[in-house]
Design a protein. Structure first.
Length: 251
């Protein structure tokens, strides 16, 4: 029995590790499902209200206001998720994660404002490309030994640069609305800079999760939801960038 005990512990450890990965990606899938349902359902609701009230302009304004409020709430909810995780609040982490998924669905519903006949095929293609990109970067993070802090540093630099370029772009659109156009070279630069940054963050997050498990850290339910939230955010932001590229290409 003493000879078999180390082998039994090794099998048990592998089973716990596999179970942790399954739970994290299951929780991630739940968040993606909530976002998808809201993103597809909200336009139907708004179209129905516009048809029932015969007042499409007010409905459109209400829709954009709702998107704006959701964008602000997302920033607040990120801090709440982190706070609830540190406090090991199982219900609080889940509630904040779910609310964030709903807010993201509201934000992404704007892609379907042009009509489902155009947006749905584009969404399907973007989702497939995102799955492949996410899987590749996750594998890089999982297979890399040590840490990927260099990826995180590069990614933060790229994301910060993208934010600065976005601010410059907004200024140009405000002061040169006619001459500047709808989609220019700077939009392409911003999109790909942000996309590369998010891809690097995905590899870093997977590597960090793997190292956390190998370090023997107690994987509480709240911590697993937190990692699921991180992977969810990575996936969604890759999806948004891919959708943006595909829509711009159609134009």
């Amino acid at each position: 029995m003493e000879i078999l005990q180390p082998e039994f512990q090794s099998v048990e450890s592998k089973a716990k590790t596999a179970y942790a990965y399954v739970r994290v990606f299951l929780y991630m899938a739940i968040g993606l499902a909530v976002t998808t349902v809201v993103a597809l359902g909200l336009p139907y609701l708004m179209y129905y209200i516009a048809y029932a009230t015969n007042n499409p302009n007010d409905v459109a304004v209400s829709w954009y206001v709702l998107v704006g409020i959701s964008s602000i709430l997302q920033i607040i909810l990120i801090f709440i998720v982190n706070s609830k995780t540190l406090q090991n609040k199982k219900i609080g982490t889940w509630v904040s994660y779910t609310l964030y998924s709903i807010c993201m669905g509201i934000l992404m519903s704007i892609f379907f404002a042009v009509g489902f006949e155009i947006a749905l095929p584009t969404f399907g293609v973007a989702f497939g490309i995102t799955c492949i990109a996410f899987l590749i970067m996750a594998l890089i993070g999982y297979l890399t030994k040590g840490n990927l802090n260099i990826f995180a540093n590069i990614a933060l630099g790229l994301l910060f640069s993208g934010l600065i370029l976005s601010f410059v772009n907004w200024m140009l659109m405000i002061f040169m609305p006619v001459e500047y156009g709808v989609w220019t070279w700077i939009d392409w630069v911003i999109t790909f800079v942000m996309l590369i940054g998010i891809l690097l963050i995905t590899a870093f997050d997977m590597n960090n999760f793997k190292n956390t498990i190998q370090a023997g850290v107690e994987l509480t339910h709240g911590l697993l939801v937190f990692y699921a939230f991180q992977f969810y955010v990575d996936f969604i932001y890759i999806l948004i960038r891919i959708m943006t590229v595909l829509i711009a290409t159609r134009r």
